[in-house]
Design a protein around this ligand. Structure first.
Ligand code: ZN
Ligand code: ZN
Length: 139
């Protein structure tokens, strides 16, 4: 029986499938029924460690903090003519690289608030016009 390549004098129990070096019980690493020497096992583990880190950074890009003050840009226009969608677009354009999710929800809320404002304004104007028409109607 051949000696272990890493421990002269110790009986080898197998050969590394990657480099062919003989390994003993102490330094044998079995991965999916294949025998590896310590050096090749290390290389495999390093490669395995690299993959999830790279995949994770691809899947979820680092989200940078976005100030909650941007919401004011979306909500405040309600007091000045209802141009929330413009505030929403500005907040989205500035923050889309930092936090795409938050930027998108600012844009959506800007549009939603503008639509709500428009509906309320139309109802309000309609009520006033109706009121005038009733008052002006010839008795
Ligand atoms: Zn090996
Ligand atoms: Zn050994």
């Amino acid at each position: 029986m051949a000696d272990c390549s890493y421990h002269p004098g110790k009986d080898a129990v197998g050969a590394c499938v990657s480099c062919g070096k003989m390994v003993c019980v102490a330094c044998k690493t079995e991965l999916q029924d294949k025998v590896y020497c310590p050096a090749c096992a290390n290389k495999l583990f390093v490669r395995r460690d690299d993959v999830p880190v790279a995949a994770a950074s691809d899947a979820a890009p680092a989200v940078k903090p976005v100030s909650g003050a941007w919401w004011l840009l979306v909500i405040l226009p309600l007091l000045f003519g209802g141009w929330c969608w413009i505030g929403g677009i500005i907040a989205w354009a500035v923050n889309k690289d930092k936090d795409p999710k938050k930027a998108k929800s600012m844009l959506i809320w800007g549009i939603v608030l503008s639509v709500i404002y428009l509906i309320i304004a139309v109802i309000f104007i309609a009520l006033i016009v109706t009121g005038f028409l009733i008052l002006e109607m010839p008795q």
